[in-house]
Design a protein around this ligand. Structure first.
Ligand SMILES: Nc1nc2c(ncn2[C@@H]2O[C@H](COP(=O)(O)OP(=O)(O)OP(=O)(O)O)[C@@H](O)[C@H]2O)c(=O)[nH]1
Ligand SMILES: [Mg+2]
Length: 310
């Protein structure tokens, strides 16, 4: 006996509630299998589910393509730079990363995502300029929206209140929420999608919409770079080589409860089993010396000397 349309939709909505990405796609495929009728309201529901599925598949595919492997995510936080046309996105990325993206005084100069890299305070960052935001820009362009979805942080650029309101409302319309810092465990995906973000404004702007987010003038590149470090809260851990020399480059982590075990794991497979103990120089080479075990919690800039059983 077929069920009424509204009853069916309630059931479907409750099964899809809270599910995003691949998980949602899986549930939709299952639903499509279960709905056996293919006429009237059933046809309508199936068509709707199929459209939904196609959209998710496009987003998931683009997500995967926009992040080459999981590697980048762990070590190199990515900032997507978004803003209205002519807000100075290319200029800012050029200044921060030394790229040479086309800057022009007409709108929609940048039509494809552009990538730049920046190293600051021993942390690598990737910056991506997306094509300018306009009302409804992501309705048809799901692959650009997917880049926003999968990024670690947003840098929102504007030259006027109108610029900021436009970007904030497009984010809201697409169910993307903003927060002032990364999550405790790094850049994990939250539902609905929640991204760490800050605003970069032009000097001439007097009143800024109150968002609870950090706001920085574009006059000072150094402050912008500092904000990138602050919002991502890296833990830079320096290891020692076998001659007790401190390695110049740290291993960088993005999670709050970081233990010696995380560092050991990073160094190599099978190392946890042969771990003996660790000596820590707290907060840097001149810090207090401590002998600790594998579950000791590390802080930013700690130096770690690991020893292993032969
Ligand atoms: N007053 C002012 N002008 C700027 C600033 N940054 C860039 N410009 C100028 O604004 C124009 C647009 O700069 P772009 O960097 O191309 O802006 P965009 O956001 O990348 O533009 P689209 O790619 O077209 O969306 C250029 O003429 C820049 O020289 C700024 O901070 N202040
Ligand atoms: Mg541009």
């Amino acid at each position: 006996m077929p069920k009424p349309y509204s009853v069916m939709m309630d059931e479907i909505n409750s099964r899809l509630q809270g599910k995003v990405g691949d998980e949602r796609a899986k549930e939709i495929r299952q639903l499509l299998k279960e709905i056996q009728f293919d006429v009237g309201d059933y046809r309508k529901i199936k068509d709707k589910l199929k459209r939904d599925l196609k959209e998710i598949e496009t987003i998931e595919q683009a997500k995967k393509a926009s992040r080459k492997g999981g590697q980048t995510k762990k070590e190199t936080p990515q900032f997507v730079v978004i803003g209205a046309a002519n807000s100075g996105k290319s200029t800012l990325i050029n200044n921060l990363t030394g790229t040479n993206f086309l800057v022009a005084d007409y709108p929609y100069t940048t039509t494809e995502p552009q990538y730049g890299a920046l190293k600051y305070d021993k942390v690598n960052f990737q910056l991506v300029e997306l094509p300018a935001i306009y009302e409804g820009c992501w309705d048809s362009d799901k692959s650009t929206l997917a880049i926003v979805h999968s990024t670690d942080c947003l840098l929102i650029l504007g030259r006027s209140i109108k610029d900021f309101n436009l970007v904030l409302s497009e984010l809201k319309r697409n169910n993307i929420h903003l927060r002032a810092e990364r999550m405790d465990e790094g850049f994990a995906q939250l539902t609905p999608r929640t991204l760490p973000a800050f605003l970069v404004y032009d000097e001439n702007l007097e009143v800024i919409p109150s968002t609870g987010l950090k706001m920085i003038s574009n006059e000072n590149l150094e402050t912008i770079k500092k904000a990138m470090v602050e919002i991502t809260r890296p833990k830079r851990i320096y290891t020692m080589d076998s001659f007790n020399k401190i390695e110049e480059l740290p291993v960088v982590f993005f999670k709050d409860q970081l233990t010696v075990k995380d560092v050991v794991k990073k160094i190599g497979k099978g190392k946890v089993e042969i771990f003996k103990d660790a000596v820590i120089l707290e907060g840097g080479p001149t810090g207090r010396k401590k002998r600790v075990g594998i579950s000791y919690e590390l802080s930013d800039n700690d130096v770690v000397h690991l020893t292993f059983h032969k």
